[in-house]
Write a protein that binds this ligand. Structure first.
Ligand SMILES: *[C@@H]1O[C@H](CO)[C@@H](O)[C@H](O)[C@H]1NC(C)=O
Ligand SMILES: *[C@@H]1O[C@H](CO)[C@@H](O)[C@H](O)[C@H]1NC(C)=O
Ligand SMILES: *[C@@H]1O[C@H](CO)[C@@H](O)[C@H](O)[C@H]1NC(C)=O
Ligand SMILES: *[C@@H]1O[C@H](CO)[C@@H](O)[C@H](O)[C@H]1NC(C)=O
Length: 452
């Protein structure tokens, strides 16, 4: 973030210079009509050209001087923001990108990760960010093979790939034991865990209630986060703005996994700014009479209320059954409802944004992925659970007033890229955002703290 905000500052300084130039140009023209406008035009065009060139030249010099001979074969990243703003083909290099952060990826025996990939669902389902982030890091330029120069240590354990033969959902009963045994292994074979008591070690916990590893909230809360993970950093899909035992750990809220290939093939058929004939869309579990399970109702009855109130409303396209081609429905919709289920988060958030449908978040207190870089209030709507009965009026109001602005923000490729785990990793994609979040936590890095 330090790097990013510096970049932004540089850019905005440069931009504002361009703006001043333009302003003065207009001003002069209207004021002194007799002046030779062609002269001024040429002068300012030259000035603009000169300031741009000096920017590139200086950034080239900085790059060179602070990046002494590094025998790496990979190219340094082109920063997505600068690329978008400058619209230039110049490869802009930033050696200090993410503060020069380095991540070491433990090479664990295959029973902790690769063996699970025998089931092809393992790398493609909702919880597969644990696989995607691992895979992306392996070929990332932020990876180091030398643990002594690492700021963070990634522990690649796949716990969401033991699919139940009964209902097809991942059984995560073995998660604690599997991760515990991985920690046992790395702490006995390497010195890095003991040295920081795990505080610079990073885990992924991509299911309902993060590192609590249970699908039911009351059990998850009672069991809490295993002791051996409490001092580490957890990348988790679960996040709320209030105190909750399943986030009592240094954590980063990450998006659930949605296959970028699927999104790409959906958008190949219907572009993001194409025709949208469905006003409000939801497909998923909506119980007419939700059961009271240990004092809790599914979706706190929000989905039941949506069905009751809008089931017969022609503006609402509500479906209760599974349909493999549901992405083709999202891309046809203006608003996509993202109500809570058992947990507040849902894959619909990512799919809506990626496919250009305005997400309507109905999950009080939810903490959203990458809030420090994704401007959620600009690209989504939030409706309080208790206001779900007014959805129709709220959406109509937005459609009349600021829908176009929200769509324009959300359709920005940089926004849509930020929630998807590209393979290989791309600047600004979800894995990049994870690394960016880690770079804000360099104070947890044993290497940084002990070398100052
Ligand atoms: C997978 O889950 C089942 C329960 O559904 C459990 O019996 C089995 O031990 C688990 N497998 C592993 C390798 O942990
Ligand atoms: C780390 O600490 C544990 C428990 O105190 C110990 O069993 C283990 O041998 C230590 N690891 C190393 C590499 O010294
Ligand atoms: C739900 O069930 C619990 C018992 O499990 C009961 O105490 C509670 O009152 C019920 N809540 C509602 C709203 O019916
Ligand atoms: C759009 O309007 C709604 C309703 O007035 C408001 O809650 C929301 O913040 C606005 N969003 C943007 C991006 O302007």
């Amino acid at each position: 973030m330090v790097e990013m905000s510096q970049m932004t500052k540089n850019l905005s300084r440069k931009n504002s210079k361009g703006f001043v130039v333009k302003m003065r140009f207009l001003h002069k023209r209207s004021q002194a009509e007799k002046a030779n406008s062609i002269f001024w035009y040429r002068y300012f065009k030259w000035l603009l050209w000169f300031s741009l060139s000096s920017y590139f030249f200086v950034s080239f010099l900085i790059t060179r001087s602070s990046n002494p001979i590094k025998p790496t074969s990979f190219s340094l990243p082109k920063h997505s923001f600068s690329r978008a703003l400058i619209e230039s083909q110049h490869p802009i290099t930033h050696p200090g990108l993410l503060n020069g952060m380095k991540v070491y990826v433990y090479n664990l025996p295959p029973k902790y990760n690769n063996d699970w990939l025998k089931n092809p669902r393992c790398k493609n389902h909702l919880f597969a960010s644990e696989v995607a982030i691992h895979k992306a890091l392996l070929t990332s330029q932020f990876r180091t093979l030398d643990p002594s120069e690492a700021d963070f240590f990634f522990v690649p354990v796949y716990v969401s790939c033991n699919f139940s033969t009964v209902n097809g959902f991942p059984a995560i009963g073995h998660a604690r034991a599997l991760i515990s045994s991985a920690v046992q292994l790395i702490s006995s074979e390497h010195s890095f865990w003991n040295r920081s008591r795990g505080s610079d070690h990073v885990f992924v916990a991509s299911h309902d209630y993060g590192a609590c590893f249970h699908a039911m909230e009351d059990v998850a809360m009672a069991e809490g986060i295993p002791k051996f993970m409490q001092n580490s950093i957890v990348l988790q899909t679960f996040g709320v703005k209030y105190k909750h035992p399943c986030q009592e750990v240094e954590n980063v809220v990450i998006p659930p996994y949605i296959s970028p290939e699927n999104v790409k093939s959906t958008l190949a058929k219907s572009p993001v700014n194409g025709r949208r004939d469905i006003f409000a869309f939801f497909r998923g579990k909506m119980e007419v009479h939700p059961k009271n399970i240990s004092g809790r109702f599914y979706s706190k009855r929000v989905r039941t209320e949506i069905l009751r109130k809008y089931g017969g409303d022609r503006r609402f396209y509500l479906k209760r059954h599974r349909f493999a081609g549901y992405q083709s429905e999202i891309v046809r919709s203006v608003f996509c409802l993202c109500p809570l289920g058992w947990a507040p988060w849902s894959p619909r958030l990512v799919e809506s944004v990626a496919l250009g449908c305005v997400p309507v978040i109905i999950a009080d207190g939810i903490r959203l992925p990458f809030e420090s870089s994704v401007n959620w209030p600009e690209i989504s709507l939030t409706v309080r659970e208790k206001d779900v009965g007014k959805l129709g009026a709220i959406l109509e109001h937005v459609a009349r007033t600021n829908l176009t602005a929200i769509q324009r923000n959300m359709w920005d490729p940089a926004t849509r890229r930020a929630l998807l785990y590209s393979d290989p990793m791309e600047d600004g994609d979800a894995t990049w955002q994870v690394l960016n979040e880690l770079s804000l936590r360099l104070s947890r890095s044993h290497k940084r703290v002990s070398s100052v």
